[in-house]
Ligand binder design. Sequence first.
Ligand SMILES: NC(=O)c1ccc[n+]([C@@H]2O[C@H](COP(=O)([O-])OP(=O)(O)OC[C@H]3O[C@@H](n4cnc5c(N)ncnc54)[C@H](O)[C@@H]3O)[C@@H](O)[C@H]2O)c1
Length: 360
Amino acid sequence: MSRIIRIGIIGSGGIARSHASAYKKLLNVEIVAVADSMEGRAQAFIEQEQLLGAVAFEDHKKLLEMDLDGVSICTPNFAHHETSINALNAGKHVLVEKPMSVTLQQSIEMVEAAELSGKMLTVGFQPRYDPNMSLIKDIVQSGKLGNVYFVETGGGRRRGMPGGTFIRKDLAGAGAMADIGCYSLDMALHALGYPKPLTVSAYTSNHFGTNSKYHNEAAGFEVEDFGVAMIRLEGDIVLNYKISWAMHMDTLGATMFLGTDGGLKVTPAGSGPWSGVWDGSVGSMTLYHDVVNQHIESTIPVISHGLNLFDEKVKDFVVAIQNNLPAPIPGAEILYNQAIIDGVLRSAESKREVTIDLPY
Ligand SMILES: NC(=O)c1ccc[n+]([C@@H]2O[C@H](COP(=O)([O-])OP(=O)(O)OC[C@H]3O[C@@H](n4cnc5c(N)ncnc54)[C@H](O)[C@@H]3O)[C@@H](O)[C@H]2O)c1
């Protein structure tokens, strides 16, 4: 029988529940500790989730003194950096929620801590576990499109602006571009094999968030609710990326990969208020190509699945711990995602194209 994998959860708010629920479904896994900086919150979580025998802490460093194999980091974005680095330095594997951190420098330090510790740092992008997302990557990587030179992606919500820590610049880092945009970026970059980003030219706005007609925390709304960016990637590929938390439109359109031999269009499921393929809501996939000079459109059937993507991401983390595998969604890869978000903010602020400089 395999040994029990001992897990700690840091931050016991909304998303921590999906982590707890997923761990509880796995054999030979035990959540043995929960930490939340808000008094009483970790204990209440332990009771609500019926984590028998789990210990509650307010200070995550105390939790890290325990004998644990891995930790789920489910704090607001601003605490991902400190808690991840402390966990890695304490010899624990880390599954950190998205977006990876608040600044690019923080993400670099997290990757360095993982390398030094020899422990894994994996980032919680559950749409990766949607078989349609894997299919998009397989099509792009199959060579069927030839050389891909242009990608357009994004999506958004007609109305869907969070509040609290999500709209504070110091606590969240960025708004829609990081919160839901990081998924679109991950889908496109993953399909392309994560090419290095080189430059960004971006525009952002917050016409909705700062208007009390649309947001009840308008006075404290400090981040962007809309953004568009043109990103140059290694390999002479251009990525056009647009995202919104709020807009007077049903959808920001399809995700498209244009290649020298073919094109792939992926439309979101429906054109509802949460449209976009960023969360795995694929409506249709069409391949555009020529057959003996005829312009052909081939429908690629969308894979229906009953997977709970949150369960899958947590399971993959545990499997990696059990089998000593590399991080399923490595921080070193998601660094490029964070670098683009950082470039978007710098470019929008300066109203100029900016260069992305990465140490690796
Ligand atoms: N993968 C997804 O689909 C998904 C969905 C929602 C949120 N998220 C991400 O999950 C993270 C948390 O979001 P949420 O909605 O659960 O937030 P939340 O505010 O509901 O919960 C965060 C909890 O962390 C606690 N906390 C803050 N600082 C802490 C620290 N230093 N140590 C310990 N606890 C601390 C807070 O007291 C709070 O209870 C964010 O990064 C968010 O982007 C991911």
